[in-house]
Design a protein around this ligand. Structure first.
Ligand code: GAP
Length: 515
């Protein structure tokens, strides 16, 4: 069986071969951690964005959207704390000259302990069979207990070092744990230093020179600086939310794992403004709703977990991640943060404007507290592609690669195919396409054998193939072939629309979200 690493390599290759994701400016050998989306990738990405946008703004009458500029007044980033505190701790290996994030090296060490614990438990489960009690085993087996104790000690020490901003201690942990550079295999580490992740550029020119501005590292600040505009012009009453989808930029030190960590990426963020003191209630509410949103896609409930932050960002009083099981382990896809009134208060302080809300029910003014949900479009894309990629052995020794994408997100919903390129079948196929194409993204394929055409559609995740044959001209029926089961049904042309709609219309998922 292929290792997870090999599977991931195949997924990356598949994304390129089938027009989902290309390295940026590839003819010039690419640009580190920057990617372009191809003809299928952009459709999948747009569908993800639609699912999120509608779940926020269509299903919640108290959430509205905006689209703020990427460039913002530079004081924004001073006020938000990003100029002073948006740093990653980096460390270099002197032998390989490779640069790493110190916190990531330690997190990987923690994951190694988890792996050891899981291996022991799996081994014992095989040995003891049905009567095996994993929890009891973990709490009594001396070897497992030893691993757990080491993991806990490391975790406590790591969390303290992060919270104290103690860079020397981070280095000491790396040395004490015997963490080596994966390239050189040595422990010849430099000291840990802070590295600011914001890209800067210059705008126009003033008498004193050009103005230094930043490419936004999160979309959220575009929402905060527009809080008053939207609240007033939309006559919004607390609690209410502002949603936004847009590009963000971070000069990531270590950019690995394909589109998981990019230097230019896209976020879908929503700031929900609430009464002070009610933030924990809303934090719990949004945790629940966001997990439901993910699970409604049907990728498997067991693939998600919450992970509370060891170190809270400078603005937060509670924070959790929704993690998804990627081929390289459980990884953050979305963050849910209780940001207090930090951002609005800071912008009020730096701008000199009063940024408050008059609450008619309480008859008082206050600076609203904020719950933020923040998800990366690209990470969501990666999680969906990874969990949909399937290699199947078929009867007769044949095999296929199929992307079992949620039908609502699939780039193409239906491919219409005439069995042969003659006898009026292409014309009939075009007629059917004309019936469907205003509601569903369709493609047309008349080249190669039907088997080959099915494989091509499997590889890009098209849920329905519709074949027009000679009988179609007589009985008005077509053969519908389903991607996942490969089963085929004879369906009347006039029933096609309803059949496809029942699987691909997002309305059905929205209903689930509201239950
Ligand atoms: N406004 C809050 C904020 O930006 P974050 O946890 O730094 O919080 C939110 O980022 C989400 O943005 C992450 O959960 C992740 O999905 C995505 N994200 C962050 N950095 C990324 C990167 N370098 N490449 C791709 N996605 C990234």
């Amino acid at each position: 069986m292929a290792s997870q690493e090999e599977v991931f390599k195949k997924i990356v290759a598949h994304c390129k071969e089938y027009g989902f994701v290309f390295p940026s400016s590839e003819i010039y050998d690419g640009l580190g951690a920057v990617y372009d989306y191809g003809q299928n990738g952009v459709e999948l990405k747009n569908n993800i964005k639609k699912y999120w946008w509608d779940a926020m703004t269509l299903l919640h009458e108290n959430i509205v959207g905006i689209d703020a500029a990427i460039f913002m007044h530079p004081t924004t980033w001073k006020a938000s704390g990003h100029v002073d505190a948006f740093n990653d701790p980096l460390i270099d290996n002197r032998d390989s000259k490779k640069r790493y994030r110190a916190d990531v090296l330690i997190e990987e060490q923690l994951a190694k302990y988890d792996e050891k614990i899981n291996k022991e438990v799996e081994k014992a489960a095989k040995k003891f069979g049905d009567s095996f009690d994993a929890e009891l085993y973990k709490s009594t087996n001396p070897r497992v207990q030893e691993h757990i104790a080491k993991r806990e000690a490391l975790h406590t020490r790591f969390a303290k070092a992060l919270n104290d901003n103690n860079l020397d201690e981070l280095k000491q942990i790396i040395l004490d744990e015997g963490i080596v550079c994966p390239i050189s295999g040595t422990k010849n580490w430099t000291d840990v230093r802070q590295f600011n992740l914001m890209f800067s550029t210059e705008m126009g020119s003033t008498a004193d020179g050009a103005l230094k501005i930043y490419l936004r590292p999160e979309t959220a600040q575009g929402i905060f600086v527009n809080y008053l505009n939207v609240q007033k012009t939309g006559r919004m009453k607390i609690p209410f939310g502002i949603a936004q989808i847009g590009k963000a930029f971070r000069n990531e030190i270590v950019a690995r794992q394909f589109i998981f960590r990019m230097r230019e990426f896209e976020q879908m963020e929503m700031q929900f403004f609430v009464r002070p003191g009610e933030e924990m209630k809303w934090f719990a509410h949004w945790k629940e709703f966001r997990l439901k949103w993910h699970k409604a896609l049907g990728l498997g409930d067991e693939k998600y977990r919450f992970h509370d932050h060891d170190k809270l960002a400078h603005y937060a009083n509670a924070a959790t991640d929704i993690e998804f099981e990627m081929p390289f382990g459980f990884k953050e896809v979305e963050g849910i943060h209780s940001r207090t009134n930090f951002d609005l208060s800071q912008h009020a302080k730096y701008s000199g404007k009063k940024i408050e809300y008059f609450d008619p029910e309480l008859n008082e003014s206050y600076t609203p507290y904020v719950i933020e949900t923040s998800i990366g479009v690209d990470r969501m894309f990666l999680s969906i592609v990874c969990s949909s990629y399937t290699e199947e052995q078929l009867e007769g020794g044949d095999s296929r690669v199929v992307l079992k994408l949620p039908a609502v997100l699939a780039p193409t919903k239906v491919c219409v195919m005439p069995l042969v390129k003659k006898d009026g079948l292409p014309e009939k196929a075009r007629e059917i396409m004309n019936l469907l194409k205003f509601d569903f993204k369709c493609s047309y394929d008349e080249k190669d054998s039907i088997g080959k055409r099915y494989r091509r559609q499997d590889a890009v995740g098209t849920p329905f193939c519709v074949t027009v044959d000679h009988d179609t001209l007589q009985d008005g029926c077509v053969t519908v072939r389903y991607r996942d089961t490969m089963k085929q049904d004879r369906v009347k042309i006039e029933d096609l629309h309803n059949l496809i709609d029942s699987q691909v219309n997002m309305r059905h998922v929205y209903r689930k979200l509201m239950q």
